[in-house]
Design a protein around this ligand. Structure first.
Ligand code: GLY
Ligand code: MN
Ligand code: MN
Length: 461
């Protein structure tokens, strides 16, 4: 990507630091897995957002006047033979558009000098283990020089507050990557659905990991670097475990399979869930619950538009699900009352216990405040009918074009004596990724169908 995008982001940060401010942003550390093997390396999202630089061992420093300096791993032929190519400080300014670059080995010597005579130091709070201590060490070195006339920053500020707001609204370039990520993920879902039906038709022993393998195949084939999160491939009753991880359970004819999986492409996540019948044909009760979840998702999509609140899709979903729970007999109206009672008392929570979405971006649960910044002071209090706890509420975020969120209603029926048996162990979630635009929202994950007839047709093919 063009360096100018990253340079423009750094300039926007600089403009918010104050003229004597300084910001320090490390990338993520490498993490040992066992012995001398590390986990697959993933850069820090904030750092990457400002540099486009994916190497470990790197730091970015931005000054209030806009000047910025990269500290990165020095060239080292022997290490590069083992670990791979390093850009190195000499090539970094031309390659990345930063003003200056030094070896990361000089960081501790340089930072006290850079911090001297600044009034505020900004860094991401509570993200990088040990960073606070490291900053304190540099500040102490500046303090040791105050008797010679040096000024030491008096303020430490959380840079997340600045970067979270910037990252919340995705620019055209980010939206383009996210569209492509969602398309790749959708192909993975299609492939997994088709494989399940084909293997079962052939009388094979299908396991959750077979479907997981199809997802990964399609992700990597599409150029994605890795999964955006651990894939959930949940057969049958496993679908009622919200954070189930793909394992080895058999995928049986007659049961549903819930897949929640998405790839990460060039630093951006996708997050898609589909729930399909293992052999390609929904049973009556499965289809009834599926249609309900789908209708609740459509109600949420219909209100996902600029000017709406982040909570509006959730409220729309709950209304439809609550009515459906009464209609299907999952909830007994003689016990729980009418639909408004179900909403007010949160009786639906037994079958729908998560929110309808979250911000999506570089991180699957992306950063960005869910409270409208202009209304943070408007606090109201209510009592939660289930726990009895007092809950403080602030006005929910107003949606704007460029914000990206998931819309993911579900319904999960654990076996219980007061629940019709035909619905036992049905767990359904439908999740799509939406970019808020001028008119409403664009669903970027519909490369895999959601309508039950279309899913059945796809699985016959
Ligand atoms: N895959 C995580 C989520 O749906 O939030
Ligand atoms: Mn999600
Ligand atoms: Mn998901």
């Amino acid at each position: 990507m063009s360096n100018s995008i990253y340079a423009a982001r750094r300039a926007r940060v600089a403009a918010q630091l104050g003229k004597d401010g300084i910001a320090v942003i490390p990338t993520a550390p490498e993490r040992p897995r066992n012995r001398d093997s590390d986990y697959i390396y993933r850069h820090d999202s904030y750092f990457y957002y400002l540099t486009g630089f994916g190497e470990p061992n790197a730091w970015l420093v931005i000054m209030g006047d806009g000047k910025n300096t990269l500290f990165c791993a020095p060239k080292d032929l022997e290490r590069e033979i083992w670990d791979g190519y390093r850009l190195g400080p000499d090539a970094a300014p031309a390659a990345l558009g930063v003003d200056a670059a030094h070896s990361v080995n000089d960081l501790d010597a340089q930072l006290p000098k850079l911090l001297e005579n600044r009034d505020a130091v900004w860094y991401p709070f509570a993200i990088h283990e040990g960073l606070e201590t490291r900053v304190a060490g540099w500040l102490n070195q500046v303090r040791a020089r105050v008797r010679y006339g040096a000024l030491c920053p008096e303020q430490q500020r959380d840079l997340c507050a600045v970067l979270d707001e910037m990252r919340l609204v995705k620019d055209a370039h980010e939206q383009d990557i996210m569209r492509r990520a969602a398309q790749i993920s959708a192909r993975g879902h299609v492939r997994a659905m088709q494989l399940a039906a084909r293997m079962l038709r052939d009388g094979k022993d299908v396991r959750e990991y077979h479907l997981d393998a199809e997802l990964l195949h399609e992700f990597r084939k599409g150029g994605s670097q890795y999964s955006a999160y651990g894939s959930i491939v949940a057969a049958g009753a496993n679908a009622c475990v919200l954070h189930y991880r793909s394992d080895a359970a058999p995928v049986k004819a007659g049961e549903l399979v819930l897949i929640d999986a998405g790839c990460e492409l060039d630093g951006y996540a996708s997050d898609i869930t589909r729930t399909f019948p293992a052999t390609g044909k929904y049973s009556g009760p499965q289809r009834a619950v599926y249609e309900l979840v789908l209708a609740s998702q459509q109600a949420a999509i219909d209100v996902t538009q600029p000017g709406a609140r982040f909570t509006d899709p959730h409220d729309a979903t709950v209304k439809v699900l609550a009515q459906g729970m009464l209609d299907l007999g999952l909830l007994d109206k003689n016990t729980v009352g009418n639909v408004q009672d179900v909403i007010d008392q949160r009786s639906y929570f037994r079958f729908y216990m998560h929110r309808t979405g979250h911000w999506l971006g570089m991180d699957v649960h992306d950063c960005g405040s869910y409270v409208e910044p202009s209304q943070v002071g408007e606090v109201s209090e209510r009592k939660d009918p289930l726990s009895g706890e007092a809950i403080k509420n602030r006005p929910s975020r107003v949606l704007k074009p460029g914000m990206v969120l998931t819309i993911e209603p579900g319904l999960y029926v654990r076996p219980a004596d007061d629940v019709p048996q035909q619905f036992h162990n049905i767990g359904i979630r439908i999740e799509d990724d939406a970019i808020v635009n001028d008119q409403g929202c664009e669903l970027i994950s519909r490369g895999v169908p959601v309508k039950p007839d279309e899913i059945e047709a796809l699985m016959r093919g």
